[in-house]
Design a protein around this ligand. Structure first.
Ligand SMILES: Nc1ncnc2c1ncn2[C@@H]1O[C@H](COP(=O)(O)OP(=O)(O)OP(=O)(O)O)[C@@H](O)[C@H]1O
Length: 257
């Protein structure tokens, strides 16, 4: 589902940072946001989720964001915070998952069934009655993502969903993102992991100092050395290796070497 941005501007109170994006459209599917710390990625994601009061407009599927969200908001756009402690607020893991379903007024039996299913899928069943704050950071992180996905929203905004996860956790989240994209849903996510980006993502948006400097294929970004330097990014390791070996084709992942 395309997200259109028009004259989006935001400045934090008492801060010199400002975000400014004149006119852009996020394509449907998976889009990754990359850039150095402090470049404005989380701010943009929060603006897309209507969590900050912006000047300008965000439209989804041709509808103003506020109008689009007015009806059953949580089933349309979901957001998972970078820091789970900013998101989790219920007294048990099961209640945390049920919260958005209750807001969406799902029947109790369906809430119970979906809670069981998603706890199982995320390997969190054993923590069902625990306080989310007592979980490890990786389990908290998985819980924030599970909570964002539980209503199967059209658009999922994920702030560094791979952060703090071990290999199986990363595999799980990667599989879920792939599955959502294959079903025609949109995912906008932030990542610092260039290997993951190169392997999994076709469309990347790169930010610096609150401005968008690149939107397009990952190979196009990696190939622009001046821009990569300006953005403070290193290409994926497979790409670097292929450059060292003098290979002519664009290599994005180890499988292609
Ligand atoms: N609540 C706030 N009040 C004031 N300034 C803020 C606030 N939140 C973020 N900033 C500032 O806005 C700028 C952009 O921050 P943002 O978190 O969007 O960057 P980011 O690209 O997501 O960084 P990271 O990769 O470290 O998560 C930074 O300079 C940050 O210090």
């Amino acid at each position: 589902m395309p997200i259109e941005i028009k004259n989006l501007r935001y400045t934090y109170p008492n801060s010199t940072f400002s975000l400014e994006i004149p006119r852009e459209t996020f394509p449907t599917g998976l889009v990754c946001l990359v850039g150095q710390n402090g470049s404005g990625k989380s701010t943009l994601l929060k603006l897309l989720a209507d969590l900050l009061p912006a000047d300008g407009a965000v439209a989804v599927n041709g509808q103003k964001l506020a109008d689009y969200l007015a009806d059953r908001r949580l089933s349309k756009i979901a957001y998972a915070f970078q820091d789970p402690n900013d998101q989790l607020f219920n007294s048990t893991v099961a209640e945390e998952l049920a919260w958005s379903m209750k807001q969406a007024r799902l029947p109790a039996a369906e809430i119970a069934a979906r809670t069981d299913k998603i706890l199982e899928e995320f390997g969190l069943s054993a923590f069902r009655e625990q306080n989310p704050y007592d979980l490890s950071l990786s389990s908290k992180k998985l819980l924030t993502i599970a909570s964002a996905l539980v209503l199967d929203p059209e658009i999922c905004l994920l702030d560094e969903p791979l952060m703090s996860l071990d290999y199986p956790g990363r595999q799980l989240v990667t599989r879920l993102i792939r599955r959502r994209v294959a079903r025609g849903k949109s995912v906008v996510m932030i990542t610092h992991d260039m290997d993951w980006l190169a392997r999994e993502c076709r469309q990347v948006w790169a930010m610096s100092r609150g401005r968008l400097l690149y939107q397009g294929p990952v190979a196009g970004l990696f190939a622009d050395q001046d821009l990569m330097e300006q953005l403070g990014l290193l290409p994926a390791r497979a790409w670097q290796l292929s450059q060292l070996l003098g290979l002519k084709t664009e290599i994005l992942s180890p499988d292609e070497l």
